[in-house]
Design a protein around this ligand. Sequence first.
Ligand SMILES: Nc1ncnc2c1ncn2[C@@H]1O[C@H](COP(=O)(O)OP(=O)(O)OP(=O)(O)O)[C@@H](O)[C@H]1O
Ligand SMILES: [Zn+2]
Length: 660
Amino acid sequence: MSSHHHHCDHHHTHIHFLGKNSEIKFSIICGIFLLAGFLLDTFNIVSKPITIGIFLISYIFGSFYAILEAYETMKKGKFDIEFLMLVAAIGAAVLDKWAEGALLLFLFSLGHSLEHYAMNKARNAIKSLANLSPKTAFKKTENGKITEIDINEINIGDTLIVKPHTKIPADGKVNKGRSYVNQASITGESMPVLKTDNSDKKEHIEVFAGTINGDETLEILATKKAEDFTISRLVKLISENQAKKSPTQKFADKFEKIYVPIVLGLVILLNFAFLLLDELYVESFYRSMAMLVAASPCALAISTPSAVLSGISRAAQKGILVKGGKALEALGQINFVAFDKTGTLTIGEPKITEIITFGNTTQQELLEISISAEMLSDHPIAKAIVKDGIQKLGKHPEKHVTNLVAHQGKGISAEYQGKILIGQPSLFESLNIPLPSLDELNIFHKLEAKANTSILVYHKDKYLGIISIQDTLRDDAEKTIISLRNIGIKNIEMLSGDNQNVADSIAKHLSIQAKGELLPEEKAQIIKNKSHQFKIAMVGDGVNDAPAMVESDIGIAMGAAGSEVAMETADVALLSDKLSKLPYSIALGRQTRKIIKQNLCISLGVVALLMPLTILGIANIGWAVLIHEGSTMVVVLNALRLLKFNMKEKAYNPLIQQSI
Ligand SMILES: Nc1ncnc2c1ncn2[C@@H]1O[C@H](COP(=O)(O)OP(=O)(O)OP(=O)(O)O)[C@@H](O)[C@H]1O
Ligand SMILES: [Zn+2]
């Protein structure tokens, strides 16, 4: 009985040769012959040897898989409940209690086959993800010829043709064409997304393997090899992390370590009952077997894994990557949510709103220096300055800037015929450079007060001016905050590296708390301090909030499809950039915890009831097997409910929030 995870852990490689569901079919055949044998026996229709022959057939079908499994575990030097069940059945045959033995095998095999079937259902939800990407792709060679190649032969830079209504074979960029693509398989979003070769908007050009092309042909350039496709990584990350045990699972394991020896001790004791009671040894043996079946912690062992597996599968269907049971259970305990601002609550594509020049500096000078320097940075602010700046300037600046240094949370420095500095006043303070004149600073602060993220531009000993930019709030940000409140999350805070005024104006709009002007390590410190009191989720895009994510109980990355870092480092990754997946994830985590608790109650409750009944001889081994397998089935089916979990719609009702 040392391996109790026989229901869930081992993979039935040896079973598939007989085809799908053969386990259930065998069990049903066992049942039919059992019934026939029973009827023939009670009504004395045929001679004894024929009845025994019929029972024997029932035995063979009922014990087939149990023998295979018992053999597999015995090869590993262990033995488990299958083995004991076989011993009991053989015992029954020896005692000429064929019907009883066949019933035992029938109930046992039926219970186990249904249970395996149910667990496979949860597992297949994840496996089907792996089958999403097509096996071949149409590659366009230099001479314009199109050949069909294997997915694994795709090289970075290959031109691939995607016909209408077929699956996109690789992660890549649209090279030619314009088509709506259904990305539900990855992001869980059923609304098709327009993909074009217009590189201005990153998300409109990037395509993912396994998503489905709409009405038009697309020509794409592969940007990754097959093993690096988002979908391949997703599957890999889910399966790697599945093995990680959740806290409840670890507890169940510890419990079993103490529990199993106690039960085995009791079984041995019960075997000697005939010395005290007026009964035969066989009867004592049967009582001990009944008790053993009653006490087997099969349902307990499967309580948590089945729920976790179903929960993770459900999350994956919704475009949420949850890395293991630990993360899923933690999601359900969250009572504090911290948000990063840029790219999380906001879209992360800011636009230039104002350009102010100082003294006799021209706008052209200011822009040329700023664009040339920011070209080397990949901060969202830098991208805004480059993109909008070039448009305002009407050309690409030709200045060769070197030595870019990113000063985390403050700005950048670089070289072009002297020093370039672009960033917040704190950048200049930290480098001991005098701030601009009071008048100039006044303009700067006025812009900030109007919720403009403003930066000072400095070149060769003088300030050239100010660039102001503004980002837009995600359109589901407000709804998400309301929804979080509605499910009872009272503590919501925004942690930003941006100016306090800007942070405040956004926070006010969402009616949440905000802390601004934070360096990445300060964000982490805040989370750390709060983590004594709260279960904290840090939601970010992984750009400057990675340290804070590490400190939080659970790091949640936004819009992670395509961003490998975010997918690898976060505990939970929302693959679409829909913030509204966040309340759903928390609700799913809670439901998983609820189901785990129910399962533990059911499995422990059944053992607590059934064990005394078998010891007292009230329930015989048939009842014990029936109830034991029944409770295990109930536990698995209860867990499978998670595969259909939906959040209650009323969580989105803003009216509810007003009454809080
Ligand atoms: N490349 C850059 N060019 C100019 N200023 C920058 C640059 N990078 C950072 N800064 C300045 O540093 C500040 C903080 O940047 P940081 O990346 O920590 O946060 P953020 O992106 O503004 O907001 P959040 O922390 O909410 O994502 C910015 O608001 C900006 O003033
Ligand atoms: Zn069992």
